[in-house]
Design a protein around this ligand. Structure first.
Ligand SMILES: C[S@@+](CC[C@H](N)C(=O)[O-])C[C@H]1O[C@@H](n2cnc3c(N)ncnc32)[C@H](O)[C@@H]1O
Length: 239
């Protein structure tokens, strides 16, 4: 049995509070991401999408798609014969995604819950979640749903912030500068305090990798990015 090494009090992950928060910050979410990471999040997202090892014509699920950054990258990878499904429970985040990428006909947007995916078993060639797992009420349930809807042979990928980054500059940035930036740009410092708190209490990449293994995935791996501030974990559903 794997347990978290952190003794911090978990932040509230009540679905209504989380979706309400994302509805409030939706309009400034993309600007904040660019400012907070100096644009680096785009490269991390491309790397995570490539880890799915998709082919043109494939189908892929982007869980907690938000404003659709990953869905747009995946849309190019699978091409016009493929299909990307982006699911999120925040109406405002999805509205921005739809508006931004209305020219990409191979993306299908769905409003729904990552913990109860409204899709068939083995439906997609791969599934991915980016900066979403930290927000769900049950990491196990979200991963197990992603694995359920992924075909045998397909990859499951998570990209998120890390709770075990040892770099003091990064912790200072997360804990102090980011809420201030959030206050200026989104006028919602609480949302960006939540970002720090949810990162602190989130499972480490090694623990998430071990969850993927416990759930039967093979060839699991974790890849550190952004000076250890973020990580990608991947695993393949056996044939
Ligand atoms: C930090 S954003 C990430 C958006 C996007 N994936 C990205 O990397 O930019 C987290 C998203 O997860 C969504 N979310 C959180 N919990 C969810 C759940 N249980 N079901 C569906 N969406 C959820 C939020 O609405 C929000 O859009």
């Amino acid at each position: 049995m794997v347990s978290s090494t952190h003794n911090l009090t978990a932040v509230s992950k009540a679905p209504d509070e989380i979706s309400g928060m994302f509805n409030r910050i939706a309009k400034t979410y993309d600007l904040m991401n660019d400012c907070m990471t100096g644009g680096l999040h785009r490269q991390w997202k491309i790397k995570a999408c490539k880890a799915l090892q998709l082919q043109p014509g494939n189908t892929v699920l982007d869980v907690c798609t938000g404003t659709g950054d990953l869905a747009a990258v995946l849309s190019k990878i699978v091409g016009r014969d493929g299909l990307v499904t982006g699911i999120d429970f925040s109406e405002s985040m999805l509205a921005i995604a739809q508006n931004r990428f209305s020219n990409l006909a191979n993306i299908h947007w769905v409003q729904g819950d990552a913990l109860v995916l409204p899709f068939n078993d083995n439906q997609f060639h791969g599934s991915i979640i980016s900066f979403g797992l930290r927000n769900v009420a049950s990491v196990h349930q979200a991963l197990s749903e992603m694995i359920r809807v992924t075909r045998p042979g397909g990859w499951v990928v998570n990209l998120d912030t890390t709770s075990d980054c040892k770099n003091p500059l990064i912790w200072f940035y997360f804990s102090s500068l980011m809420p201030r930036l959030g206050k200026i740009l989104s006028r919602d410092p609480k949302a960006y305090q939540y970002l720090f708190q949810s990162t602190q209490t989130f499972e480490t990449p090694a623990i998430i990798q071990s969850y993927l293994e416990e759930m039967g995935l093979i060839h699991t791996q974790k890849i550190a990015l952004g000076f250890g501030s973020v990580s990608i974990q991947i695993g393949q559903k056996p044939n």
